[in-house]
Design a protein around this ligand. Structure first.
Ligand SMILES: Cc1cc2nc3c(=O)[nH]c(=O)nc-3n(C[C@H](O)[C@H](O)[C@H](O)COP(=O)(O)OP(=O)(O)OC[C@H]3O[C@@H](n4cnc5c(N)ncnc54)[C@H](O)[C@@H]3O)c2cc1C
Length: 148
């Protein structure tokens, strides 16, 4: 399983409230970015997903409908966070328990850092980001010393 995150270029001004197509357009933009990223870097990052021509092999993506090529991306979860609440680290009631811990993401060899992780302040703050980075670094060093 792979999670890819990236910055989604926005517009200088917010869309008008009656622009009902905005979310769909941004989702299409996120999908296009994902395709471009996989085409440009996928084969180098995941040699097992490299086609005979040296490019990323979209056939390696899971698709229960068994589409072909780039269309297999439609079976992946692609999301564009465009709402104001989605674009900043929030700390709504009951949400903190769902955050990934820097040293315990649930996946071996996968460490996360940032104000959005499980860290002592629980808010979007520089202090939280620093605490998170330190916790991730400690976990990495500990895993390295144990040879994991
Ligand atoms: C307007 C505003 C005011 C704030 N004021 C305060 C304050 O007074 N005090 C305080 O403590 N906190 C404040 N904060 C919060 C603070 O800025 C954040 O909590 C902190 O910057 C989070 O750090 P981070 O490293 O987790 O994420 P970020 O600082 O967001 O760093 C993430 C970095 O990753 C880069 N990036 C994203 N995608 C990719 C990619 N695909 N490839 C490569 N790079 C990528 C981004 O460009 C960015 O540089 C404020 C935030 C805002 C928006």
């Amino acid at each position: 399983m792979v999670s890819l995150f990236g910055a989604l270029p926005g517009e200088a001004t917010a869309p008008p409230h009656d622009d009902c197509e905005y979310e769909a357009r941004k989702l299409a933009q996120a999908r296009a970015q994902a395709v471009a990223f996989l085409q440009d870097h996928g084969a180098a990052l995941w040699p097992g997903a490299c086609s005979s021509t040296g490019s990323f092999d979209f056939e390696t993506l899971v698709d229960l409908q068994n589409r072909s090529g780039v269309a297999r991306l439609d079976a992946q979860y692609v999301r564009a966070n465009v709402g104001p609440c989605e674009r900043y680290t929030t700390a709504t009631a009951g949400s903190l328990r769902h955050r990934l811990a820097p040293g315990d993401s649930g996946y071996r060899g996968f460490y996360v850092a940032g104000d959005w992780t499980a860290q002592a302040t629980g808010t979007g703050s520089v202090e939280g980001a620093v605490l998170s980075g330190r916790a991730a670094a400690r976990a990495l060093l500990s895993a390295a010393s144990l040879g994991r």
